[in-house]
Design a protein around this ligand. Structure first.
Ligand code: SF4
Ligand code: SF4
Length: 414
């Protein structure tokens, strides 16, 4: 794609990156077929190619984002299915991240929307506050028939009961059982720790059983992914900076992440801090050590496990497209003894996408309906996935329990 940034604009490192990305796009349109919003809406502006054009115009002209730009950029799930499909290697993720930041800086949203987004960005990365808000949501659910739109979507997603906080998973060092084979760090996480503390607890038990000491850092719980995807860059970078400082002080061979949405961001820290000489090297080192739990377990070549029954595997977009981890979770589940089946539309998003299911409730509900139907038809006793967002999203639409793959692996090996 031809671009027309001026030499002065290209002195801005962010615009130089955007220019490099845009020039790789050859307008072929292969990406449109696998874009969930294009599949649903059939509008070129809601396809990757259409959005790339919109973002190019907006950034090239150096103008504030228009309502039209915001409409189509907001509808993008950042599922990154387009990156998997693109034959030209267009880094859509870095482009849309930059566009979201530009929107946040130059566009004044309507008051209610601003309030909603700012509240989500403030509450969700803070586990205690998030827990309190979920307790309040249980009461507010009684007003259910009086609510609509985004408020209703947020209340619908709040679980009817909240799990009790668990001791396992809190900051601390969890020693290996038997001779120590290694030492790893585990991301504490913000939303997941409140909604499903059993995921990190199962991960710690499994890793300890396999001979690994696990360290969970105190201090910052959130990796910055949530606000990063909302274009709130300063908040995201501040959180990421604290995570990098905490992890760099540890002597851990790997940084293990059990929420793939977070993993995609942590693996990108090296890029996010490339312009900060004091932190660039540390950030790159953290990214190099970061791995999804399935990647780490696959290195250990586990023996056959005692898992039984049919499991439907739902591939989280952040894992299959964001991190290109496409087969390891299924291989691990099979090795553990489970029969694994996958839906025909495995490449398509379930509509969770961070805060998307609250901010874009109609599109999100359509994607959830499609995905839960294609999973239910597989007739599995349980649905397994690798991201808390997908777990919450799908559990609201299916009777089958939706669980993290680590929980199933822990049951098969412990
Ligand atoms: S990230 Fe997903 S929703 Fe956004 S343009 Fe790419 S495929 Fe479409
Ligand atoms: S597939 Fe890649 S090169 Fe083709 S239009 Fe989409 S982003 Fe551009």
């Amino acid at each position: 794609m031809q671009t027309f940034f001026t030499p002065e604009q290209l002195e801005n490192p962010k615009l130089a990156v955007a220019d490099e990305i845009l020039r790789k796009c050859v307008h072929c349109g292969f990406c449109t077929a696998t874009c969930p919003t294009y599949v649903l809406l059939g509008d070129e502006n809601d396809s990757p190619r259409g959005r790339i054009y919109l973002m190019k115009e907006m950034l090239e002209q150096g103008r504030p984002a228009s309502a039209q730009d915001v409409l189509h950029i907001d509808r993008c799930l950042s599922c990154l299915s387009c990156m998997t499909t693109c034959p030209s290697g267009v880094n859509y993720m870095h482009l849309v991240d930059q566009a979201r930041e530009h929107v946040e800086e130059t566009y004044r949203r309507p008051l209610f929307e601003r309030l909603m987004r700012n509240t989500l960005a403030f509450v969700m990365p803070r586990p205690r506050l998030f827990r309190l808000s979920l307790m309040a949501a249980r009461v507010a659910k009684l007003l259910g028939p009086l609510t609509s739109g985004r408020v209703k979507a947020a209340l619908d997603l709040a679980p009817a009961t909240l799990p009790r906080p668990m001791a396992e998973g809190r900051p601390g060092t969890y020693p290996a059982h038997g001779p120590r084979k290694g030492r790893v760090a585990l991301l504490q996480g913000c939303v997941q720790g409140v909604l499903a503390p059993e995921i990190n607890a199962a991960t710690i038990r499994l890793l300890n059983h396999l001979g690994y000491e696990v360290v969970v850092n105190g201090g910052e719980a959130c990796c910055g992914s949530l606000t990063h995807h909302m274009g709130k860059e300063q908040d995201a970078l501040a959180r990421a900076r604290r995570m990098i400082e905490g992890w760099s002080a540890l002597d851990a061979e790997a940084i293990i992440i059990t929420a793939s949405g977070c993993g995609t961001t942590v693996k990108d820290y090296g890029f996010l801090f490339r312009g900060e000489p004091a932190l660039a090297q540390q950030a790159a080192a953290v990214s190099a050590k970061a791995c999804d739990i399935s990647e780490f377990l696959a290195r250990l070549q586990l023996p056959p496990g005692k898992g039984r029954g049919r499991v439907a595997y739902h591939a989280a977009c952040s894992l299959q497209h964001g991190q290109q981890v496409k087969t390891l979770p299924q291989q691990l589940l099979r090795q553990a003894g489970y029969e694994v089946v996958e839906p025909q539309d495995a490449h398509l998003c379930c509509g969770s996408a961070g805060t998307y299911n609250i901010l874009q409730p109609e599109l999100s509900a359509q994607l959830r309906g499609r995905k839960s139907a294609s999973l239910d038809v597989l007739g599995a006793a349980v649905i397994a996935t690798g991201n808390i967002g997908c777990i919450t999203q799908l559990q609201a639409a299916t009777a089958a329990p939706v669980r993290h793959i680590t929980e199933l692996l822990a049951e098969a090996y412990l």
